[in-house]
Design a protein around this ligand. Structure first.
Ligand SMILES: Nc1ncnc2c1ncn2[C@@H]1O[C@H](COP(=O)(O)OP(=O)(O)OP(=O)(O)O)[C@@H](O)[C@H]1O
Ligand SMILES: [Mg+2]
Length: 295
């Protein structure tokens, strides 16, 4: 039996034999219906909405996991709970043996909408994160961390630009640099390339693969792209449609690393995995459409 304690997070006792870095234990999220006075105004009662139900998953250290599922099934809801930005209605997120229920420097988040501060330069957006997490770090050291991460994502020369002066791809590079600059153990990404054109998306996928090979951080990425998931992941979590979405299946991706598009697409397991994912997404998305058509 392992017992862990932390000053910030709750102590937890685990009997688990796995060496999982992240354990999602029976997580459910119910969004409450609008009740009380609002019902009186609208004349309509709305019931509680079960977004995700009984999500149970172990993620080992240095693993890249993708989550894929039909739109609206609850992927962001789950990632936000892991990030500590939202709380589960029931169940627990355990990271390194401790229950977490708020954001922490062990997790860096990359958002689809970049979430940069528009009045700050590239450098200052990253600096803000570094200063917040490493307030006691010497200024020279902070500057080194900022410079290294700007270099890492290929933004050297754009340090003084503000977000409105950058392309979407460059903005997301800032988002990635900001997340990595706090040196989190875990990188969380919610459709990081969803807003980008196909070519830019491809470039950034290659960058993430390159950076992941260097740093091998545990990563959880939400995506709608089958090819993106196959290029980057060690495991792919396929979710069912909502409401009460759950994990349908977890695929192991056997492609050797380092990876590039050509070697991945020529691997003997590629077509079978791709077909399995396509069938899953088609089935679940069709079920969503059918549910919407029913009166
Ligand atoms: N704050 C909220 N209050 C009520 N319902 C919510 C709230 N946030 C999300 N939902 C509902 O929960 C479900 C899951 O939403 P979520 O954003 O997690 O889906 P998703 O899988 O990330 O979708 P997408 O692929 O479109 O990004 C949706 O039906 C959504 O309408
Ligand atoms: Mg989402």
């Amino acid at each position: 039996m392992n017992t862990s304690f932390s000053s910030n997070n709750h102590a937890v006792t685990t009997d688990s034999a796995t060496d999982a870095q992240i354990s999602l234990r029976h997580i459910s999220k119910v969004f409450p219906g609008r009740g009380g006075w609002l019902n009186k105004i609208t004349g309509q009662a709305s019931s509680d909405f079960v977004a995700i139900e009984d999500i149970h998953l172990d993620i080992e250290h240095n693993t890249f996991v993708s989550i894929i599922g039909p739109s609206g099934c609850g992927k962001s809801t789950l990632l936000n709970i892991i990030a500590g930005l939202s709380s589960a209605t029931s169940g627990e997120v355990i990271i390194n043996g401790e229950i977490v229920d708020k954001p922490g420097p062990d997790r860096g988040m990359v958002f689809q909408s970049y979430a940069l501060m528009p009045w700050m330069t590239v450098q200052d957006n990253i600096k803000f994160a570094v200063e917040t997490v490493y307030s006691k770090m010497h200024v020279k050291q902070q500057q080194r961390v900022i410079k290294e991460n700007i270099q890492l994502v290929g933004l050297t020369g754009a340090e003084k630009k503000r977000p409105h002066e950058l392309s979407g791809g460059m903005r997301q590079r800032v988002g990635i640099a900001r997340a990595l600059a706090i040196n989190p153990q875990i990188l969380l990404m919610d459709e990081p390339f969803g807003a980008l054109d196909a070519l830019t998306r491809g470039f950034l996928q290659d960058e993430i693969e390159r950076i992941w090979e260097q740093q091998r951080k545990t990563a959880i990425m939400i995506t709608h792209s089958i090819d993106e998931a196959l290029l980057l992941s060690d495991r792919i979590v396929m979710m069912t449609k909502g409401p009460a979405a759950r994990i349908d299946e977890v695929l192991d991706v056997p492609f050797p690393r380092p990876r590039d598009r050509n070697t991945v697409e020529n691997h003997p397991a590629y077509l079978k995995l791709k077909k399995e994912m396509e069938d899953h997404l088609y089935r679940e998305t069709r079920a969503v459409e059918e549910a919407q058509i029913k009166p």
